[in-house]
Design a protein around this ligand. Sequence first.
Ligand code: ADP
Ligand code: ZN
Length: 725
Amino acid sequence: MYANVIIEYGVKALNKTFIYRIPDELKDKIKVGMKVYVPFGTQQVLGFVIELQNSNNTGFEAKEIIKIDNTELVLNKELMDVGAYLSKITLCSLITAYQTMLPSSLKIKKQEHNYNLYDEYLVLTDKLKAMEYICKYPRRIAQIKTINNILEEGKLNKKEVSSEIFKALEENGIVSIEKVSKYRINNDNINVIKKTLTKEQESVYKSLDFKKHDTYLLYGVTGSGKTEIYIKWIEKCIRDGKTAIMLVPEIGLTTQIAKRFYESFGSDVAIFHSSLSEGEKYDEYLKILRGEVHVVVGTRSAVFVPLKNLGIIIIDEEDSSSYKQDNNPRYHARDIAIYRGKYNNIPVILGSATPTLESKARADKGVYKLLRLRNRVGNAKLPFIHVIDMESEMKKRNMIFSDFLQNKIKEKLARKEQIILLLNRRGFSTYITCSNCGYTYKCHNCDITLTYHKTTNNLVCHYCGYKKIKDNVCPKCHEESLNYYGLGTEKLEEKIKEMFPSARVIRMDQDTTRNKGMHERIIGDFKKYKYDILLGTQMISKGLDFPKVTLVGVINADASLNIPDYRSSEVTYSLLSQVAGRAGRSDMPGEVVIQTFNPNHYVIECVKENNYDKFYLQEMNFRKNLKYPPYYYLISIKVIGKIYEKTIENSQKVKKYLVDNLNKDTIILGPTTAAVFKFNNEYRMQIIIKYKFDDKLMDTLRDIDNIFASNKDNYLEIDFNPLRI
Ligand code: ADP
Ligand code: ZN
């Protein structure tokens, strides 16, 4: 017997398998999808078995497989196919695809580490021998007590026995250690909370056909009780003996949603998100492999979990950009979910209060099935939205807070209600400039201004992470004339404390949630009313459910509106509507204050009227005129390299190759400098492809990608359906 094995190998273009002979003792054990050790050159490397065959017809003598790495880990047929699909749609190598699908503890890597966690128990090696021992040494009272305890209980946790006693008993051959594997995350104590669906929820619940594949867009206003319906659908799947994947956006949200799932499903749930430790992820993955859970709740990569007998896949907040991976392979979880949905012939649900234009357009065309929730649950009403023109406030020298927002905050504080403030920029000042010579701090590696972080007195590049301590004088002219511009969350927090000294304030952004468990802590404390004001970046805009929040303030709605990107209106509409949706989710009515320099912009107007449909029509019109998605597909190709001239030259070559090989009606724009031209000391030129249909596209891109795989100056980054260009 022989096995075709794919191994991790430096060069990207090397997407081929190697044949190995299976030694007799492994013949019955080796399966497709297993990780094995094989000799490669002078080394021992890990690879995946991707095919078994009876003969070796390569003409070369095959070496032998050394051993199986982990008998429990097998990529099943479905996941092998998912990997092939992932590799096809993103042009990544097969091995990269398989690696992407596994938690990093199970990826192939040079250093091995045992993630299994055990409890150690003492058991008796031989009962008779133990009895003899008791008779022989009647005075060893402590040891005899321990033996009796083990006799009674069957086994004893090693922690409960002193090390001297253990040693004595072990040396006499009376006891030995039994390892019992255990998981890091356990949710045995649950109080099941059952809710009866409202009429509107019930009718959506019933419109799902579990017997065949369809993609459904569940478009329901914020607070309309989508999560409750997800839970009911999943309950049904479990009743039918099936399993469910529920995807949630990165950061913050997972913990709140996971809690609701634990309440409903207890230890039947495994969770996956980036703030779990490697060991925790490993354990959760094992639970799934062993078939011990029916439900998986997790962020993007949870779409690859090896649940068997899938019954439903749900993507909550489908418009979240965290579903697209922003490094290689640049896949979107939605595409993988739909692939698995078709594979298993099961429904896939995309839920959102502000669907992406692509999804809404597909629903309108009947490609997806549209499910709608128009009302909030119970007595909750959508909040009233005030738009404040900051231009006139500036004249009053109100740089951060308008009079109106200030008064609203005071009013809510006095009524002991809670407030959420959104400012989508972290740090203290977004740039520092010298008023004497005009010098502005920029990153050494990127063409980006450095953001000042006061807590650490650092200037930080938000792109590459470069950091330096701030100087007291201008590094160029040595005058004490450095000025701070732009507002970040750190400065906002300071200002709030100044203006509302009695208010208890907590900040949630990347900087305050770096440590494990901080998301949960902040969300939990705010929910328990340990704070009056929660301020933060877009991290606080989605999914959070705080009944006492009656005011949401948006400090600067223009920050995301002014980003030069075709999706900035969509992103802003979604951000503002979502954060507005945090207000008034219970009986207390909510209000929203949006501060902007563009009060008449259609995005702001549509948000104010809570009119997604109007926004959708206007934005679709704009996309159509400018040939953007969903009317055209987009591909971004970046040509990246350390040498400026080579990068320019090669980007022109790529352009020419595309023009020569693609269909005539495919639009090829550029090369132009990328939005961040210099990043991490590398120059980046960008070419944009817009197309509706091009049968030559994939072959052409694969060819050009292969050509550049061995180019010494430049490499390509190909992004299908980029979320940003
Ligand atoms: P969405 O996900 O659509 O924003 P949620 O599922 O978070 O909405 O529901 C909003 C609030 O309404 C939550 O506090 C939830 O517990 C509550 N809720 C949802 N459905 C019901 C119901 N049928 N009965 C009572 N409360 C409900
Ligand atoms: Zn940088």
